[in-house]
Design a protein around this ligand. Sequence first.
Ligand SMILES: *[C@@H]1O[C@H](CO)[C@@H](O)[C@H](O)[C@H]1NC(C)=O
Ligand SMILES: *[C@@H]1O[C@H](CO)[C@@H](O)[C@H](O)[C@H]1NC(C)=O
Ligand SMILES: *[C@@H]1O[C@H](CO)[C@@H](O)[C@H](O)[C@H]1NC(C)=O
Ligand SMILES: *[C@@H]1O[C@H](CO)[C@@H](O)[C@H](O)[C@H]1NC(C)=O
Length: 252
Amino acid sequence: MATHSQLSPTIRFLLPLLILQCITTTLAQAPAPAPAGPTNITKILEKAGQFTTLIRLFGMTQVGNQINTQLNNSNQGMTVFAPTDNAFSGLKAGTLNSLSDQQKVELLQFHVVPNFLSTSQFQTISNPLRTQAGDSASNKFPLNITTSGNQVNVTTGVVDATVANTIYTDGTLAVYQVDKVLLPMSLFGPQSPAPAPEPVKKKKSGSDDETPATDDGSASADASGAVSFGAHLHGLIVGSIEAIAFIGMFYL
Ligand SMILES: *[C@@H]1O[C@H](CO)[C@@H](O)[C@H](O)[C@H]1NC(C)=O
Ligand SMILES: *[C@@H]1O[C@H](CO)[C@@H](O)[C@H](O)[C@H]1NC(C)=O
Ligand SMILES: *[C@@H]1O[C@H](CO)[C@@H](O)[C@H](O)[C@H]1NC(C)=O
Ligand SMILES: *[C@@H]1O[C@H](CO)[C@@H](O)[C@H](O)[C@H]1NC(C)=O
């Protein structure tokens, strides 16, 4: 078999190359694997582009980490309304700087809903939505969704934003691009403390209906921030001690 013995060296040489090529092609064409480990909101926003301000604020306020942790630990899922860099540059100059650290946390948490919402759920949702910022009463942190056909708007009572795009959805986390920063009533509404820190001592008697109330509002916001941070630390410490005690039970 002359032909056979002539071909076989060629085949012997080519076959490994062919197999190697098959493997590399298959690897290259394989669908992107599910992201290893827990979902990372920062990574999602980085990939989408045009969210550098939001990423920075999520980092500064730790709200990004809260989202990641909560996603990993709850089965409700989450929804994030993500304002673009353009949305942030559309704010009046000094808007972010007028906020205390605690108010920045609230502003960011106001963009996060602690359950997964698909676009079709927007059609039937009951207003106001409760966000991570808490109390959705009408002068606190109400967030309303209005729809008309496929158009979805988010209304805070201060701004009306439009949902422009779904950036990410996996059935647990949904991230929607919005064209405006969602400014909450309690920080930017008519009676909010942030924009106009007016001196209180105009009249000594009567009329302590309005101004003191707003003062209390800002004071308690800061105080509760400190308290909740303390409580969080305490929780961590107690949690760690319990975990050690728990592990100890098995070894003693
Ligand atoms: C999330 O992604 C960002 C950017 O890619 C990275 O810096 C950060 O360490 C990640 N966080 C976690 C918890 O993996
Ligand atoms: C995610 O949850 C798992 C199981 O509850 C836990 O073991 C893991 O440490 C968590 N990871 C993060 C980054 O929180
Ligand atoms: C959404 O907002 C846009 C622009 O503000 C407005 O023209 C439109 O009527 C709103 N749609 C709904 C359903 O609220
Ligand atoms: C939000 O919806 C609630 C309930 O329908 C309504 O009472 C409230 O006025 C709405 N607020 C805004 C700002 O649209």
